[in-house]
Design a protein around this ligand. Structure first.
Ligand code: AHM
Ligand code: MG
Length: 348
């Protein structure tokens, strides 16, 4: 590699997230000044949450908050902090009219500021995978953005739109570096936070997911409740290959982290129905839908085992779904096994 190749350039030669959005405004329908400000608010909250996570062992922010959220799950202190930071940033920014969060049972209406669009509906999982935080495992934030339909009030019904209606979706992964990965329906781009400069820089332009991969991510502790087709798919990956070790298990238990690896390297993440979660564990509106929008924009697929995630018509803010997401060929094959397709082993 020559000394003047791009990898040797200092970070300030990369495009910032802000510049990127401004440049995209002419190309992307709906991307207006208001949308730029919405992304600015999300990225600001991400930097604040990142600052807590980076010092989590030093600040008094670890452990559970003593509260149980609407999901019946123990809320971690950092869940509550991340929720508060994102809601406050969006409230101050004034571009959204309502927020739905994993950490709040009901919608959070926002009063638009004078002069701001107030037209966006933002759905959030403020800190996904937070049960891992005490042991220093990567966690993330997921967001999904819709527009308030023309002439409609900012009520719960306005938030219950199918994933196909998303105008933007993304996640922030607080990993070995912090990344902001998002789509506005024109491909997927990833920005790495330069902590010295305090800006997200375009480091992963036009991300595409390999059509197939080696990694499969699933919690096999739930195997007793797996349906037969899924059991067969797993056995096929473990023993059914001519070449040994074609497939490898990678399960961190932090959706964004598992997804991010599979997005870049090729793979499939699966969370099926289980004995504890008969409809699947993950929430459709702020976990499955945004990740499905991203994966499709990167050339992959997301299914609930019966059909496309993005086509599901939601009936409740916190509804759960099974999720099979990742490389197209792997999701196709998982579905073929689930459907009892005789050709599932030969889908090459
Ligand atoms: P959370 O939103 O309460 O953090 O739950 C979602 C998380 C995902 O990040 C992860 O993939 C999954 O739950 C892990 O669940 P399990 O521990 O049952 O395997
Ligand atoms: Mg979550």
């Amino acid at each position: 590699m020559s000394a003047d190749s791009p990898s040797h350039l200092p970070a300030h030669h990369f495009q910032t997230l802000e510049q990127f959005i401004v440049d995209q405004q002419d190309r992307i329908p709906l991307a207006t000044g208001g949308f730029s400000r919405l992304v600015r608010d999300l990225s600001f909250a991400a930097k604040v949450v990142n600052s807590y996570i980076r010092r989590a062992g030093l600040l008094d922010v670890l452990g559970d908050s003593g509260e149980v959220n609407v999901q019946g799950e123990v809320q971690q202190r950092l869940d509550a902090i991340a929720h508060a930071e994102f809601v406050e940033a969006l409230r101050l920014g004034g571009e959204s009219c309502l927020i739905v969060s994993e950490e709040a049972e009901k919608i959070i209406p926002i009063t638009p500021h004078a002069g701001s669009s107030g037209r966006y509906i933002v759905l959030l999982d403020p800190l996904d995978g937070s049960s891992n935080i005490d042991v220093n495992v990567s966690v993330g934030t997921i967001f999904s953005v819709y527009q308030l339909p023309e002439g409609q009030e900012a009520t719960m019904d306005a938030a219950l739109q199918p994933g196909t209606e998303q105008v933007a979706a993304g996640y922030i992964i607080y990993g070995s570096s912090t990344m902001f990965v998002f789509t506005v329906g024109d491909g997927v781009n990833g920005f790495t936070l330069d902590p010295a400069v305090g800006e997200f820089m375009l480091s992963h332009p036009a991300i595409t997911i390999p059509p197939t991969g080696r990694f499969y991510s699933i919690d096999e502790g739930n195997a007793a409740a797996f349906e037969e087709g899924l059991e067969q798919y797993l056995r096929w990956m473990e023993y059914g290959q001519a070449k040994p070790s074609t497939y490898k298990t990678r399960y961190i238990g932090s959706l964004i982290t598992d997804f991010h690896r599979n997005l870049l390297k090729g793979g499939i993440y699966m969370y099926p129905a289980t004995a504890v979660y008969p409809e699947g564990k993950l929430r459709l509106m702020y976990e499955a839908n945004p990740m499905a929008f991203i994966v499709e924009q990167a050339g992959g697929r997301a299914s609930d085992g019966r059909g496309r995630i993005l086509d599901i018509h939601p009936t409740a803010l916190h509804q759960r779904t099974a999720l099979y997401i990742g490389s197209t060929e792997m999701v196709d094959r998982a579905e073929a096994f689930l459907w009892g397709d005789e050709d599932a082993r030969r889908l090459d």
